[in-house]
Each structure stands twice: as structure tokens, then as C-alpha cells.
Design a protein around this ligand. Sequence first.
Ligand code: ZN
Length: 145
Amino acid sequence: MAIPEPQFDELYRELILQHYRHPRNRGRLPGAALRAEGANPVCGDEVTIELEMNDGRIARAAFEGQGCSISQASASMLTETVAGKTVAEVRRLADAFERMLVNGEPPAPELGDLEAFQGVSKFPVRVKCALLSWKVLQRALEGAA
Ligand code: ZN
């Protein structure tokens, strides 16, 4: 019961399509210390995230999942963005991403490529798609020391 993909150009920034068609870090991490999964039943999106940790930083992140282009592109971009960052840095990033999408705030500079999702903020039903992987990430990080 996936909801139809909306036909709004601004939702489909080129970077989002690139990540959807060629997802980065898709698969499992044999050495993953942290793992969480989640779903967005409204759209049928599913995302699992695995993290390898090293000295308080995320060494590598990978995801598996299925669902709409927004949810999967968001997960792909997340895995690239969080690699090498500390848990605190990632929590701030997740917060800034959520404020851009939910409150319509201008993208914070540290969001970098994630600003590609800014247009999604105009489509509340898709905001959950974009946020899913970040919610799953935060759940995974609850297990971090
Ligand atoms: Zn979705």
C-alpha cells in the first residue's frame, strides 16, 4: 500500500535521484557494533542501519531497506554523512535535519548535501520518509557508550 510518488520537481532534486538509483553503503557490516531498524507504515518504507564504531566515532555506516525514493536516498546519504563523526556531532546533525524538514528552517551549514531534502518540508506526508533513517540511526546510537 505505498502512496503514489508525487510529481513535484522540487521533491526530486538530482542528488536524491542519484542516491536512490545508486545507493551508497548498501548492505551489512560484519563488524557492526550497533544496529536498529524501523518502518514508516504510511508509505511502506523500511530501513535497517548498522554502525561500526571506533573510539566514540562512527567508523562506517551501512543500510538495508526498501521503500520510496525519498526514504532510500535519505538512508544512502545518511551513511555517507555520518562516517567519521562523533555521536554528539551526529545527534546535532539529526536535529538540524529534522528542524529543516519539520519546522521549515533554512538548512544549517553543517547539513551539506542533506539540504537537497529541503523541498520535502513542503510535503508533510513525505517528511516521515526522509526522517525515517535518521530516527533509526538515533535509535541505534542509544546503544553507544
Ligand atoms: Zn516513503
